[in-house]
Design a binder for this molecule. Structure first.
Ligand code: NAP
Length: 248
């Protein structure tokens, strides 16, 4: 059976590294992105060069209509999804909780939490043996922030990732008998452009002295764990977490 993976936020950072590694392992790849078409096209080109089918789909995971269209497009272009990586995520400018307004909280929870729930829903509807599917695997991209809280920076983002951990635990049990494994990775400080959206592009270098391994991580080091959790080598792993945080 051909393996078909949907990677949300596959255009940049950890998602892009995941798309490229999945392609190397023979997956057909749907590279979802929100706005950066050029970046998505570059990832798609790299995947195709590896000899697999790949294509980009613009969809904002915070929008239910977009998520439905994303999975319908995958049905039509690639076939039934066998793997989902809920990687799309955002954070906003660093600030204390006392300064956060409801609009910000809604944006952060919509992209990080609602988006992952909706993508899980669409994947389960297609994968579940209870619904005639052939099973599959889901990996949610959480964060070490879920267990340390990101004080003074983005407690909202940390709380959203806490919700992703609960989603992983609950859904994994809900679908364990239906051929679907659900796991998560919790990256620490990884060199990507997400820190610029928090207002501090050089954040990883500022904080790396506090990491036991004394360095930030690379997107490829996270992608390796994600693709392993998707694979048959992880066939008895569900509802579990891999922290990729240099010992933090
Ligand atoms: P990034 O470099 O900023 O890339 C974010 C990706 O998500 C881009 O492909 C972006 O698409 C996409 N995206 C953002 N909002 C979206 C939406 N609403 N719908 C669809 N796609 C959306 O981020 P990253 O650092 O690789 O982060 C990836 C995941 O790892 C996130 O869930 C993040 O929370 C998590 N994480 C990162 C770190 C870290 O230190 N980097 C640590 C822990 C956890 P466009 O290119 O179109 O903008």
């Amino acid at each position: 059976m051909e393996r078909i993976v949907v990677v949300t936020g596959g255009s940049r950072g950890i998602g892009a590294a995941t798309c490229r590694l999945a392609a190397r392992r023979g997956y057909a790849v749907c590279v979802n992105y929100r706005a950066n078409r050029d970046a998505a096209d570059r990832v798609v080109a790299d995947c195709r060069e590896l000899g697999v089918r790949a294509f980009p789909v613009q969809a904002d995971v915070a929008s239910e209509a977009d998520v439905v269209r994303l999975f319908e497009t995958v049905d039509a272009e690639l076939g039934v999804v066998t793997a989902l990586v809920n990687n799309a995520g955002i954070l906003e400018t660093q600030m204390r909780v006392e300064a956060m307004d409801a609009a910000r909280l809604q944006r952060v929870f919509a992209a990080n939490v609602t988006g992952s729930f909706l993508c899980c829903r669409e994947a389960v509807r297609r994968m579940s043996t209870r619904r005639g599917g052939s099973g599959g695997a889901i990996v949610n991209v959480s964060s070490v922030a879920a267990r340390v809280g990101a004080p003074g920076e983005y407690v909202d983002y940390a709380a959203a990732k806490g919700a992703i951990d609960s989603l992983t635990l609950g859904l994994s049990k809900e679908v364990a008998e239906e051929g679907i494994r659900v796991n998560a990775v919790r990256p620490g400080f990884i060199y990507t452009e997400i820190h610029a959206s928090g207002g501090e592009p050089g954040r990883v270098d500022r904080v790396k002295a506090g990491v036991p391994m004394k360095r930030g991580g690379q997107p490829d080091e996270v992608a390796a764990a994600i693709v392993w959790l998707l694979s048959e080598e992880a066939s008895y792993a569900t509802g579990t977490f891999i922290d990729l945080a240099g010992g933090r």
